[in-house]
Design a protein around this ligand. Structure first.
Ligand code: 13P
Ligand code: SF4
Length: 375
């Protein structure tokens, strides 16, 4: 059957039962045992029979719907390692969303990620398993706020973190992620021939970037509700309790937390660091599920987990993914005019030379104090 035949999906629409009617039978067991092997260090044998029927159904539905699942590093291991097709940090997911040939993208992540996928692939159907999966950073700023900043600072380029709405991206000059923020700031400063760049809305990411570059940075008072909670006292207590551990942080944490750590970078950089260094013990200062996902791939590393849950990421469940794919529901739409302008900002970021392995923030560099924009 032609994968692009519109009647194809019609024919299968009613074939799938309610989630509660899916059972763990011999067929499901046979089709999923190899996946349990993969995650058995972080998913108990008691849990598996609850997950496996959904995992099996999702993997079969993906083929019927010609769908791929983009899974962010903060998804639980039962999603990340068993139904995810493309897994990684925000930059990798955006890059892959632009490339995929599948007709349907399911975003196992938060709403701004699904919007980014839609902006990059407007012809595809993009689904988000739970429309309430937001982000405290995305909620901290509006397009009108960015318009006001533009009016107040017409000579400075505006870089927005991808953790923002499509509307905010549409008002910006270029986007960045935690993987490429320093590169983006330096590239746009050179392009505009300026020594000052506006980097919004995460004040901590902006401060951490400012410590890595000679470019002057102005920012906005937004923050990630997960990473802002970590303190330097937490790091000191962890250091005292686990002197052998490598402490690895995310740049959405406050600068003094980064300074007290051994390494800082995007979630992709954090995972790569563990893979390359194989520390005896690793402590990931970030969202909880990340440690489990990295642990699965690094069986020789012991993980201490002083983590915080992202309530938005945790809205995404196997059941939600199954129901979204079964009913083709929670489709993400972006106003075409906004999408076109937002795409220019995302494309400007994606057009920069690839950095290969996601780079680290140098945690030994001195902290820099930076102002907020005044609008
Ligand atoms: P990265 O995966 O790009 O590091 O971002 C972390 C994050 O908080 C995404 O919401
Ligand atoms: Fe937003 Fe923080 Fe959750 Fe990422 S971890 S989605 S930045 S609230």
């Amino acid at each position: 059957m032609d994968r692009h035949d519109p009647t194809r999906m019609q024919a299968i629409d009613n074939a799938w039962p309610e989630a509660d009617a899916l059972v763990y039978d011999a067929g499901v067991k046979a089709r999923t045992d190899h996946l349990y092997e993969k995650v058995k260090s972080v998913v108990t044998p008691m849990e598996w029979p609850l997950h496996a029927p959904l995992i099996d159904a999702i993997n079969r539905l993906k083929v019927e719907r010609d769908a791929v699942i983009l899974a962010h590093n903060y998804m639980t291991a039962d999603i990340f390692h068993t139904v995810g097709d493309i897994m990684g940090d925000s930059l990798k997911l955006a890059q892959e969303a632009a490339k995929t040939e599948a007709r349907v993208i399911v975003q196992a992540g938060v709403h701004f990620m699904a919007e980014t996928a839609k902006i990059l692939s407007p012809e595809k159907t993009v689904l988000i398993p739970d429309e309430r999966a937001g982000c405290s950073l995305a909620a901290s700023i509006t397009g009108a706020n960015v318009g006001a900043i533009r009016e107040a600072y017409p000579d400075y380029p505006i870089v927005t973190y991808v953790n923002t709405s499509a509307e905010v991206k549409a008002y910006s000059d270029i986007c960045c992620t935690s993987s490429n923020a320093v590169q983006v700031v330096e590239a746009i400063a050179a392009e505009w021939n300026t020594d000052t760049v506006i980097l919004i809305p995460d004040e901590y990411l902006a401060k951490n970037v400012a410590s890595q570059t000679g470019i002057r940075i102005l920012t906005w008072k937004g923050s990630c509700e997960v990473h802002e909670q970590f303190t330097v006292e937490d790091i000191e207590a962890l250091r005292a309790a686990h002197p052998e551990a490598m402490i690895i942080t995310h740049p959405e944490c406050p600068p003094d937390v980064l300074k007290a750590a051994d390494f800082a970078g995007s979630t992709g950089a954090m995972a790569a660091y563990v893979k390359d260094h194989q520390p005896q013990t690793a402590i990931l200062i970030t969202e909880c599920s990340m440690s489990d996902n990295v642990a699965v791939e690094n069986p020789g590393v012991n993980f201490v987990k002083p983590c915080n849950l992202c309530p938005h990421m945790k809205r995404i469940t196997l059941r939600g993914i199954y129901e979204a794919l079964r009913d083709m529901k929670h489709e993400v739409h972006v106003d075409p005019l906004i999408a076109e302008r937002a795409k220019a900002s995302v494309d400007a970021m994606l057009a920069l030379p690839s950095l290969g392995k996601p780079p680290a923030f140098d945690t030994s560099k001195p902290a820099v104090s930076i102002p907020y924009v005044s609008v």
